[in-house]
Design a protein around this ligand. Sequence first.
Ligand code: NAP
Ligand code: ZN
Ligand code: ZN
Length: 352
Amino acid sequence: MQTKHIKAFGTEAADLDLKQLEIKRRGVTSKDVEIDILYCGVCHSDLHFARNDWGFSVYPVVPGHEIVGKVVKVGEGVKKHKVGDIVAVGCLVDSCRTCNNCKNDLEQYCSGWVGTYGGHDKYLDLPTFGGYSENIVVDENYVLKVPKNLDLAGVAPVLCAGITTWSPLRHWKVGKGSKVAVVGLGGLGHMAIKLAHALGADVTLFSRSANKTKDAKDLGADRVVISTDEKQMAGVSGHFDVIIDTVPYAHDLNPYVATLNTDGTLVLVGYLGPLEPMLHSVPMIMGRKSVAGSLIGGIAETQELLDFCGKHNIVSEIEIIKIQDINEAYKRMLKSDVHYRFVIDMTSLKKQ
Ligand code: NAP
Ligand code: ZN
Ligand code: ZN
């Protein structure tokens, strides 16, 4: 197996800042596509993984799973992409391909799915390294096509923030007239508002921050409810069909369950961990309400979303940064000071 040493940004331990590293990439196998990375979005999961918040990080960590780039090389068996194509890679780069989840386009629920970073590269017996790097080599079946009309930096966050909110909106059949709420206005939250609005839903934002109200309305929210204001929360009691909760840290879900309508579902996409305080069952039983979870989306569903974004001209609201600014960007993300996704211009790594 041929390999290549390339420049990347990452960390060797949970308590260290990210810095420039050299990593090894495999050469293209017959089914692989080599992509020169142009832009990479910055997801809160990148920060969680770099800092081992979830306890399963493998170091060195090179984050980044909102990747847009240009194909520079293809293996001899590649049929779906060609040199010069603008393509994208999201959160997964492989899966077992034979289980029921894989057969049903639900690769994200395959027990053998390989994350874009922190997974296992079976060819090199190394961790997979993500998009904070010069290039990436991915099997053609896990590479997406980018609609030609979309801004290349703005489309990057569709690959995680977009699909993570799109998948539950579709699964819970959100459409015209659905009453949808989104908890938290960050990367995922702002895409959830845009997508639910484009699907025809009536959209409410739950936020702790009153100063995000104008932005939320500009993004397509019909109203904003300040989640720390009990009176405002009582005003939407029993109201929503679907709530997409993007908050990254433990928080009380009971006030949100109270705002679900009969048969309504609160979908957790943000926080990974034990719920504290506990959920009270009575409001769930009395209204046949559900609390559920959802993980990113499959490859076909991600392509469906990219095509939907192309048709409706939807991209993320972004702030472009250089890779050298990534540690500062993480600090701002922890203060919920992102409007509404950082995207790294990866030429800054090449110039270094
Ligand atoms: P983000 O840009 O930092 O946004 C999170 C938002 O949540 C903030 O803007 C803030 O909104 C709110 N928030 C933050 N801390 C809070 C707290 N302690 N209590 C209440 N609200 C808080 O993050 P993101 O990139 O959207 O990611 C959100 C979460 O989703 C992360 O944990 C990430 O790991 C996870 N994620 C999950 C999946 C999946 O497949 N399930 C995929 C991608 C990401 P307000 O200021 O409006 O309150
Ligand atoms: Zn992500
Ligand atoms: Zn599988």
